[in-house]
Design a protein around this ligand. Structure first.
Ligand code: WT7
Length: 651
């Protein structure tokens, strides 16, 4: 992004120093940056010692065949042992691992000793079902303790899991079962969502009628909702409570090679068939454990941690299951949606469990902003000490709202940039070190080499913009795309030689801090200027009457693309011609006339994927008066009808 007229985009002057008491006792200090800079591999070798290895690695990184990395390759370890047993052996068996809160209000508490017994039983059950090391197991479950147990049981016996988000359709599940060649599917009758039981098993039944899924031998079914009418195939289906409950609660974990596959997780990307991102054992666990310790400053004896993501996403894998449990954390696992049975549900959970570390997504924060400041104000949120954000760029106004209304103006906010592919956090403030800036993920973590480059792969100077790249291998990097090394090379390693291309636009500010600007596919070209959708959205959201905004570039004969904005208004803001003009003027004043939206359309909802990302592709279809493309990954497909109904007839 090379134009001066936009040089003062996101001119964000607010700064927040770490609280002195937090800084004084922080797990990680500024010295970590120095140490990692002086000896990057030595730094990661030291972090690997947070884990218990059956055989300690002697080699940190084998990069002899880039970009196929081998981290800690002669080491051996068991992931489940690291996440569970070793805490029990260290005398912490009575520490709570999971506070489970079901959507209907039921709750369960599992200590590390409980978890050890449950994981052992499930590992024995999978073995009885013929699952061996290396076999793939598909997991299609709601957010319940058995999900964590199932993942750890797979890890314990070396069977890579492929977790498929419970909101995905039978088709999506079938494609993923086929691609991973899974032999067993673990599911539930259903789960609770938005105030009712929502079935899962029928989607599995349907998926298994599709060609390519014939090799699935068993479906292991957790009873969660007790729905009566589920279909049953006696040759294939087994109840968790029949098969798992009768197993021995003793199981001796075996060590696996550091590069043994731990899981496959599918990411849809913008086009084509989903990519099975492969993560392996030793490097992955090292980085997720270290980053969770560093970014959340976890004090396992004191903190109560809660990541609101679904385990079907990488955030759930790395920061609900593997990172926190490797660190012996006590954490909340919540089944349902934030607004059931009321819009204060999350804050009620924070109050109930005295959550001290909260990790959520900008889309959720903006939803809460829209619902009103008075809702969180009714709850005691004084236990919170650090707030995290992940998933998309967080608009400065949402950041400030989060800090003020949720964090009581006390808590550092860690805006963590990473991806399914990176496995763990890459760019983020450190809560005891960084003076934070609303909207910026700021600096690569110690041991991580990330920067912004221009079209010619040159690192941009401070103040410049371009593409987010990773310049050195990192322990939790994806190892390949399952079954498709060529696509791995083409997608990530061919754009800039020797560098990992993340697909995100980014810029460096005058201090060298990194600002993420969204996927490069979302950058608009207006009269020869590159304008980021994120920046125009943040400008709109900074207007007091706007709760949320989505911006797209629509083909335009005069200007190549024209900026078209869809906005959700706050509370009582009236939607009139005057307001639209006011918003256009607001953006023009903040960002310059070139960034002024040509059209602004107030809408009631925005189309989002189930992970909360705005589907700009569909909005582009609307803005360009085209038939809508694939809507199958939308949370709620009626949203698009609402938006189209509002369109002025053939613009
Ligand atoms: C993409 C990765 C990382 C786990 C959840 C999403 C966007 C993620 C941030 C952030 C700006 C962010 C990027 C990235 N993203 N975190 N803090 N600031 N953008 O995982 O589904 O693989 O998506 O999410 O565009 O490339 P994912």
């Amino acid at each position: 992004m090379s134009n001066e007229s936009l040089a003062n985009l996101l001119k964000e002057e607010r700064r927040f120093a770490p609280p002195a008491d937090l800084a004084a006792e922080a797990n990680v200090t500024a010295q970590a940056y120095e140490q990692a800079k002086a000896d990057r591999l030595g730094f990661w070798a030291e972090q690997a010692r947070r884990l218990s290895w059956g055989k300690e690695p002697t080699e940190t990184l084998d990069w002899s065949n880039p970009p196929f990395a081998k981290w800690f390759k002669d080491g051996k370890l068991n992931v489940a042992y690291n996440c569970v047993d070793r805490h029990v052996e260290a005398g912490n068996g009575d520490r709570v691992a999971l506070y489970f809160e079901g959507e209907p209000g039921d709750s369960r508490t599992l200590t590390y000793a409980d978890l050890q017994r449950e994981v052992s039983k499930a590992a024995n059950a999978l073995t009885e079902l013929g699952v061996q090391a290396g076999d793939r197991v598909a997991v299609y479950l709601p957010m319940i303790p058995e999900t964590v147990v199932a993942m750890l049981a797979c890890a314990r016996i070396g069977a890579p899991h492929s977790v498929v988000f419970g909101g995905f359709s039978a088709d999506a599940l079938a494609t993923r079962i086929e691609d991973a060649d899974a032999r067993v599917v673990i599911t539930a009758d259903g789960g609770y969502r938005k105030g009712g039981a929502s079935a899962l098993k029928p989607a599995v039944d349907e998926a298994l009628t599709r060609p390519g899924t014939e090799k699935v031998r068993n479906v292991l079914v957790v009873r969660r909702t007790g729905q009566e009418d589920i279909e049953w195939n006696d040759d294939r289906d087994v109840w968790w409570h029949d098969v798992v409950e009768r197993q021995s609660d003793q199981h001796t974990p075996q060590d696996f090679d550091a590069e043994h596959p731990l899981f496959i997780l599918y990411t849809s990307g913008t086009t084509g068939k989903p990519k099975g991102i492969l993560h392996t054992t030793g490097g992955y666990l090292t980085q997720v454990a270290y980053t969770h310790h560093a970014v959340f400053d976890l004090k396992p004896e004191k903190d109560v941690y809660w990541c609101t993501a679904d385990v079907g996403w990488v955030t759930g894998h790395s920061y609900i299951v593997y990172g926190p449990l490797a660190n012996g954390a006590t954490e909340v696992l919540y089944e349902g949606t934030p607004d059931t049975p009321h819009k204060g549900r999350w804050w009620e959970v924070v109050q109930k469990y005295k959550v001290s570390l909260l990790y959520t997504a900008p889309t959720a924060i903006r939803a809460c902003m829209k619902w009103g400041d008075d809702i969180p104000a009714k709850f005691d949120l004084s236990s919170l000490r650090i707030l995290g954000s992940v998933g998309e760029p967080i608009n400065p106004e949402a950041w400030i709202w989060y800090r003020h209304h949720i964090g009581g103006d006390r808590t550092p906010i860690v805006d963590t940039w990473w991806q399914t592919e990176t496995g763990g956090v890459m760019v983020s403030p450190l809560p005891g070190v960084t003076e934070t800036k609303p909207g910026s993920a700021q600096q690569p973590l110690p041991g991580i080499s990330a920067t912004v480059v221009d079209d010619e792969a040159n690192e941009v100077p401070d103040g410049g913009g371009g593409y987010m790249v990773l310049t050195e291998p990192w322990p939790s990097m994806l190892r390949t795309i399952w079954g498709d090394d060529q696509r791995f090379l083409d997608t990530y390693w061919s754009r800039f030689e020797g560098k990992y291309f993340a697909g995100d636009g980014a810029k460096k500010d005058d201090d060298g801090d990194i600002w993420l600007l969204g996927r490069v596919d979302d950058v608009m070209l207006v009269s020869g200027h590159n304008i980021s959708t994120t920046e125009v959205e943040s400008s709109l959201v900074s207007h007091p009457k706007v709760a949320e905004a989505a911006v797209v570039g629509a083909t335009d004969p005069q200007t190549t693309q024209a900026i078209c904005a869809f906005v959700i208004l706050r509370g009582s803001a009236a939607e009139d011609e005057g307001l639209v003009e006011e918003l256009r003027a607001h953006v023009s004043k903040q960002l310059g006339p070139i960034a002024k939206p040509k059209k602004i359309l107030p809408v009631a909802e925005l189309p989002k994927t189930r992970s909360g990302k705005i589907m700009r592709r569909l909005l582009r279809d609307v803005a360009e008066n085209r038939a809508l493309g694939d809507v199958s990954t939308l949370t709620d497909s009626s949203v698009m009808e609402l938006i189209q109904d509002k369109l002025p007839t053939a613009a």
